[in-house]
Ligand binder design. Sequence first.
Ligand SMILES: *[C@@H]1O[C@H](CO)[C@@H](O)[C@H](O)[C@H]1NC(C)=O
Ligand SMILES: *[C@@H]1O[C@H](CO)[C@@H](O)[C@H](O)[C@H]1NC(C)=O
Ligand SMILES: *[C@@H]1O[C@H](CO)[C@@H](O)[C@H](O)[C@H]1NC(C)=O
Ligand SMILES: *[C@@H]1O[C@H](CO)[C@@H](O)[C@H](O)[C@H]1NC(C)=O
Length: 212
Amino acid sequence: MIIFLSFAAASLAVPKYSKPGCKDTCGNIRIPYPFGIGADCSVNPWYVVDCNSSKPYLSAALNHLEVLSVNLEDQTVTVNTPKISGCSRIMSIDLGRSPFLFSKSHNNFVVEGCGNAVMMDHGSTLTGCSTTCANGTVNDKNNCHGITCCQTTVPYNLKSYAMNLTRLEGHGGDGGCGSAFLLDKNSSDDPFVVRDGSFVPVSLLWTLSIGS
Ligand SMILES: *[C@@H]1O[C@H](CO)[C@@H](O)[C@H](O)[C@H]1NC(C)=O
Ligand SMILES: *[C@@H]1O[C@H](CO)[C@@H](O)[C@H](O)[C@H]1NC(C)=O
Ligand SMILES: *[C@@H]1O[C@H](CO)[C@@H](O)[C@H](O)[C@H]1NC(C)=O
Ligand SMILES: *[C@@H]1O[C@H](CO)[C@@H](O)[C@H](O)[C@H]1NC(C)=O
């Protein structure tokens, strides 16, 4: 059974930072309990962080997602995930049996470029948005409201999703290609700021399961 523990309620029992005797930073990133650097320092194997060349990564089970920050109050961990780019691409991300979920309140679904993208879960469409890219449109780097960039909210408690990025037909312009990704809202007010990387920050909510 999974219980969504409020960290405020649990904080009396949980140390503020790392477990005694454990390193509490990797590079300049603080790694508080229930996460921990090494197997004996975390609450369970899902929370093991590998510190490699001063960069923290979640354990192998989650494909070594790079950890950017851990927020105890919000019970979130911000990690780098790949974004899909191209003219017609499908990509899925699955957190599997892990205790992590994509946070609704911390992330938006963002599409950049000239295209249409939907987010799906097991074949059903969850959300999506389209950009308009008229012939000659100059990227407006100051907003993400439909012209060469659109964003929308995501459903609660997502464990996995697939993104289907397709070109926009009949809109003139360069034919339509782009990229789609979930983006941590707090990382930037402006998704364009992170546009050039192939990885983007995403916030995951963590849960602690009690019993079996
Ligand atoms: C550590 O990082 C290096 C390069 O960034 C990589 O080649 C190596 O496989 C990593 N080791 C582990 C244990 O993740
Ligand atoms: C719009 O597209 C047409 C045909 O592809 C091209 O000839 C024209 O130069 C474009 N206009 C602008 C402003 O890019
Ligand atoms: C992706 O979207 C395109 C266009 O809407 C559609 O034709 C295609 O079937 C979709 N692919 C999947 C796997 O849903
Ligand atoms: C949001 O960003 C600010 C400034 O970078 C930081 O102080 C705050 O802890 C962040 N909040 C979350 C939920 O990550």
